[in-house]
Write a protein that binds this ligand. Structure first.
Ligand code: GAP
Length: 446
């Protein structure tokens, strides 16, 4: 097979990066507009066959780092529907608001803190007085739509950890410092959802509440800032596109005494991927007062009971997935032909391996399928017999598949296959007996 040399000079971020990534997401089945056949439903998206793999891999990478590889963090999966009492105690019923204004000229509604006094639609500077708009989705549980049946879709996963604090303490015997982690859907009735899946009304969060003795909170805050920043770097976001930004007092949420964001350089500028907050004992004390339960721990050393402080790294799974796509997208040239490639970390790529029989001829099919079955035990694999081998390589490059394994007619004789690398396009012959070991080594799994 001809050697394909990538042109290393041609990997600048394209000016129309956002359009290119959004187009790729639609064309290749990462993200679809929700209810598209009915004209779409604004700000809601469906994750297609490739997107669901990528999103799951993002969440798995988070769970791996935050829960599975630690003995001081446990998991939780709490309900999405919850009673008003939770949100009254947490302060969300009163405080979880954005300032809403109407443009007096074109009557569009905006978040006052995002438009700097000028209507983005018509340029007018005349608005109504800002009024507090609560972002929670309200619904009714059961057949009666009366006040007693009101329920809310959670606007953050965090409260599930606080209301289960005593349950987790009793069942796991964990003591501070320890954390409770959760990945799941949250809902906010955003006034201006925008930028594709960056800000949507239905989204997924990856949050962890880390309970610590109050005096240790500043140290753990710094620890989690560092850990969380490193997580993005480890999974391939260049440090030139990442920064930490500390909030000033006016930006802090109602529960926080210190917050810093991990920000990514999106095509429209720096914006938030994750917030790390020192929530103090605000939530546990509020739920203890409202429910009458004791939400505190016993300190062996002093013999005192105390309410721990909470350090919370709170990330968006869907938003982070988008950042990984933007950071991974590149264009280069191979043998004079332009290609687009997603240089995704193998742990995130929707498919890690594509098995490609060189020809559709039936003689190759049994061996190619047995290679596929062998690899499926270890990797997420695609299998593609359509079009020329060059076209198939381009299709796999475009969706970020790190390795293509080509089964050709020589494979029938020498029990070997060709492994092609997405980034270098180098091709080497590998014995089928050594294939899993070779790919494990390349994936850094040894
Ligand atoms: N429990 C704290 C909390 O929810 P947040 O900063 O409001 O903090 C955490 O949300 C993360 O959730 C954000 O950094 C962002 O990644 C994600 N997120 C928040 N609102 C979102 C939205 N409307 N669409 C997509 N992701 C969102």
């Amino acid at each position: 097979m001809p050697a394909e040399e990538p042109d290393p000079g041609a990997t600048e971020r394209p000016a129309d990066l956002m359009d290119k990534v959004v187009g790729l997401c639609k064309r290749r089945g990462f993200v679809f507009q929700s209810a598209e056949i009915y004209g779409g439903f604004r700000s809601t998206y469906d994750y297609g066959p490739l997107g669901v793999n990528l999103l799951r891999n993002v969440k798995d990478a988070w769970w791996d780092a935050m829960v599975r590889r630690r003995d001081d963090v446990v998991g939780l999966d709490a309900a999405i529907l919850s009673p008003p009492a939770v949100w009254a105690a947490s302060g969300h019923l009163t405080n979880f608001t954005d300032p809403l204004v109407d443009c007096l000229q074109c009557h569009q509604r905006w978040r006052a803190d995002k438009i700097e006094g000028v209507c983005p639609a018509c340029g007018s500077t005349s608005f109504t007085e800002a009024r507090a708009f609560n972002l929670m989705f309200k619904t009714h549980a059961g057949p009666l739509e009366d006040e007693g049946a009101v329920a809310y879709l959670r606007p953050e996963t965090a409260q599930g950890m606080f209301v289960n604090f005593a349950n987790v303490l009793q069942t796991t015997r964990k003591r501070p410092p320890f954390g409770i982690a959760q990945v799941g859907k949250s809902f906010r009735n955003e006034i201006t959802p925008q930028n594709f899946v960056f800000r949507t009304r239905e989204f997924e969060q990856m949050e962890m509440e880390f309970f610590v003795p109050p005096a240790d909170a500043p140290r753990w805050f710094d620890y989690w800032l560092d850990e969380r920043y490193r997580w993005y770097v480890d999974l391939g976001i260049p440090e030139s596109q990442l920064r930490l930004r500390h909030h000033d007092a006016s930006e802090l949420s109602h529960y926080s005494v210190a917050t810093a964001d991990v920000e990514f350089l999106f095509p429209w500028g720096w914006d938030e991927l994750e917030g790390i907050a020192n929530r103090t004992d605000y939530d546990l004390k509020a739920h203890a007062a409202a429910s009458g339960e004791r939400l505190e721990v016993f300190d062996q050393a002093s013999g005192d009971r105390y309410v721990p402080y909470v350090i919370e790294p709170a990330a968006g799974a869907t938003r982070t997935m988008m950042a990984f796509l933007l950071a991974a997208y590149a264009e280069d040239e191979i043998g004079g032909e332009a290609r687009s490639v997603l240089r995704l970390d193998p742990r995130l790529a929707p498919y890690q391996v594509a098995v490609l029989p060189l020809s559709k001829k039936e003689t190759l099919e049994p061996l190619a399928r047995s290679v596929l079955t062998l690899l499926q035990r270890h990797f997420t694999c695609d299998y593609d017999v359509t079009q020329s081998i060059g076209r198939r390589y381009r299709r796999q490059d475009e969706v970020g598949t790190p390795w293509c394994v080509t089964v050709d007619f020589d494979s029938l004789e020498d029990a070997s296959v060709t492994v092609r690398d997405r980034d270098t396009t180098d091709q080497v012959r590998v014995a089928i007996a050594d294939l899993v070991g070779e790919l494990d080594r390349r994936a850094g799994r040894e």
